[in-house]
Design a protein around this ligand. Sequence first.
Ligand code: ISL
Ligand code: CA
Length: 563
Amino acid sequence: MSWWKEVVVYQVYPRSFMDSNGDGIGDLNGIIQQLDHLQALGIDVVWLSPHFDSPNADNGYDIRDYRRVMAEFGTMDDFDRMLAGLHERGMRLIIDLVVNHTSDEHAWFVESRSSRDNPYRDFYIWRDGVDDGPPNNYPSFFSGSAWTLDERTGQYYLHYFAEQQPDLNWENPAVQGEVFDLMRFWLDKGVAGFRMDVIPFISKQPGMPNLTSEELRHPDRVYANGPRLHELLQTMYREALAPYDAMTVGEAFGVTPERMPLFVDADRHELSMIFNFDVVRLGRHHWRKAAWTLPELKAEFTAIDRAAGEHGWATSFLGNHDNPRAVSAFGDDRPQWRVASAKALATLVLTQRATPFLYQGDELGMTNYPFTSIEQYDDIEVKGLWRTLVDTGKVPADELLHHLAFTSRDHSRTPMQWTAGPHGGFTTGQPWLAVNPNHHEINAADQLADPQSVFHHHRQLIALRRAHPTLIHGTFHDIAPAHEQVFAYTRTTDRERLLVVINMSSEAVAFELPDGLAAGRTLLASGGSAPTTGTTSLGLAGWHALVAEVAEVAEVAGPPPNA
Ligand code: ISL
Ligand code: CA
């Protein structure tokens, strides 16, 4: 059995996790200080967002040196101590592999741009312009063209993200060799695997023709579908991953569930699993808030489960550092529903046939930040939107601000809320991004002391998942796919059948179980009480969530005699 199917992963965004030296920026020693928090929660694997040397145009997703630690985060010694601390507590570490692009300050790019015949020229993608403009109409995800003209050599280089993030040329075997080398460097240190940033983008389209107007609506789908992608992933697996039994999770931006088996079917030897974005992106289209319905969300969970099939494996998550807070996007972050909805979402994420990924602060039910003005934002994506939409008069400032208040990546990047004290106990200095003022109500210290907290609910669910392998491996069956408020499913193995029922709304609802199903012993309930054993009709309070055994058919009480 692959070890990574049975783990719960916790994502640490180091800049915002814990600051140990008062400079306002989270760091590796801060993570070390909080390892006991992670152990108390019961997670198995930490995914660390980029910790490498970087000029931070995109908070570390622009790497200058893959073998050095970002100075603001600490030293390689700190990294080694953090890794040892995780290992001592029975946890593993996966790190972020960002190799679709580097920083423009990486030595390879500095060489590459210096002249057309530099040996590193071919490490990146250089083209002549067309008619005084860029080589084609590819857009960058951070606004504007994906091409920047470099005056020195008179050619354009490609960057799917910021101009400080030039794309590597994976057609060049020397690039492949360098990447496989750096992967082995970290695996040899004892990291257990990688989260792979926009990994489907590494193979470019031959000739890079212009995108059609339809393709321009979803450039990620074209970028993620290059012809050599799977060959490259198989080579990477053989060269760098297989000898280490590493866990890999590909950020499969642009990959729909139908194509997921190509990445995760075990006999293809590519990746352990991928992040599919159809669920987290339901609530937005790019920067715009979008309406979604529960049946749509449920259909995505079923599609992903089917795509994983018998030979693949999936991930389950409702947020990360690129998305708003899960409770604000999928729950109800008003004070009266915040706790119950955070618990309901935890129940959803932690009872899937998939490896669950929690994002830092999810275990506290942290919410979106009440952003009101452009100055409060930090993200390069937001700044690009402002420049290209507001400064040009295409979109009124208040319209963009209205949407960003729901969709911005900065919501998830505000610092962890450890205490009710100044700056939420994150730093003794000035935090690089403001701490959410609701840290007085939402913080780790209070929640650890309260057995009814969102934190302890996560802890109990993680323990329940470990005690009931059915919650990991059992088949998934949505028993009410069309229901507008309730997400209800069974998880079944030869030995056990479990029922999960979640009211995904703040309205109370009477939910009838389909024929042949009755609730047995309740294993965990939140937001309302446990149902009586044998009942087929559940009175659910707002955001009520249950994990129960399915009662034996024989145990199901018949109708009362005179009904
Ligand atoms: O969050 C996004 C836009 O709102 C996405 O376009 C996001 O950029 C995409 O999912 C790719 O994300 C990854 O690569 C980016 C980096 O900025 C993200 O933080 C990272 O997760 C470039 O490295
Ligand atoms: Ca610091």
